[in-house]
Design a binder for this molecule. Structure first.
Ligand code: HEM
Length: 268
């Protein structure tokens, strides 16, 4: 095999990864835009009760000052965390602005822990959950965020940057679990032209697969992508490139669905 044909599977794999990340970045920026335009505007103008203009499990509750404050901090920090996470994965920034990368990295890991802990508080203390199975799924996500974030930090402090990069990518996947959940639910509804296997309390078979799959499936695809990158087998690289391309396509459908059905109607 000539060296250029041997390099093709590796290139396909890289392109598929870059393609998925570009689609995901657009969808995550849309998430940030929604948070700022919906929660940001209502919070800054003191219209806290208007958080409930969109369906929530427990958004604003009159008299529950602590609960409302934790909710506000959780949703507003979600925008900063999502932006910081995206910045960490942009290769140019990582290579050419190492100081910026270190500071946004510290911010990302700190906020990831704050979000996981405030999310656990909202779920357990405020009892904001739809079904026990969806509650367990999001709590497991919080545990993984805390463990993976600690591993990413530890490897960076040990200056083991190759392993750090892998743990940082795993952290990005579990931190993005709540975003993936929205994309997955809306993508599923569009592909099936309706809420097949779903219930209002998120306890249908499709809901349960999505609740755990929102972080376990992206983690599995990431592991396959990394294994294929390391592997010398062209077939594995091509297979992984096809899977990541399919994931990019589904992500694009899900982003469209989420903007059109979940966020857009409350903004315009
Ligand atoms: C780390 C990344 C996270 C992000 C970016 C994030 C983002 C958000 C956003 C934007 C909302 C507002 C709800 C909406 O408009 O749909 C929200 C609410 C909430 N989040 Fe998170 N969250 C994260 C992690 C978690 C975790 C790990 C948990 C639980 C362990 C959690 C539990 C909750 C709960 C209970 C609510 C209130 C839901 C309601 O009352 O409807 N979050 N989160």
């Amino acid at each position: 095999m000539s060296s250029s044909s041997a390099a093709l599977p590796a290139r396909l794999l890289r392109w598929s990864g870059a393609g998925w990340f570009s689609v995901a970045a657009i969808g995550q920026l849309a998430f940030v835009g929604f948070i700022l335009a919906f929660y940001g505007v209502r919070t800054v103008t003191g219209r806290f009760a208007a958080w409930n203009d969109k369906p929530l499990i427990k958004g604003y509750i009159g008299g529950d000052d602590i609960g409302n404050a934790v909710f506000a901090a959780h949703v507003l920090l979600a925008a900063v965390l999502t932006l910081a996470g995206l910045m960490q994965l942009i290769p140019d920034l990582r290579r050419n602005r190492p100081r910026l990368h270190r500071w946004t990295g510290r911010l990302f890991l700190t906020l990831a822990a704050v979000m996981a802990l405030s999310g656990v508080w909202l779920t357990v203390v405020r009892q904001s959950w739809l079904s026990s199975i969806s509650g367990v799924a999001i709590l497991l996500d919080a545990v993984l965020i805390l463990i993976f974030g600690a591993m990413a930090l530890r490897r960076a402090l040990q200056r083991r940057f190759e392993v750090h990069r892998v743990w940082a990518m795993r952290t990005f996947m579990v931190v993005s679990g709540v975003w993936f959940l929205r994309i997955g639910l809306m993508g599923w509804i569009l592909v099936n032209r309706g809420p097949v296997g779903m219930t209002d309390t998120m306890s249908g078979p499709a809901d349960i697969v999505m609740a755990f799959g929102s972080y376990l499936i992206p983690l599995a695809v990431l592991e396959l992508y990394l294994a294929a990158t390391r592997s010398r087998h062209a077939a594995l690289k091509v297979l992984a490139a096809l899977l990541v391309s399919a994931a990019a396509l589904f992500t694009a459908v899900g982003v469209f669905g989420t903007v059109a059905l979940m966020w857009g109607p409350y903004l315009w």
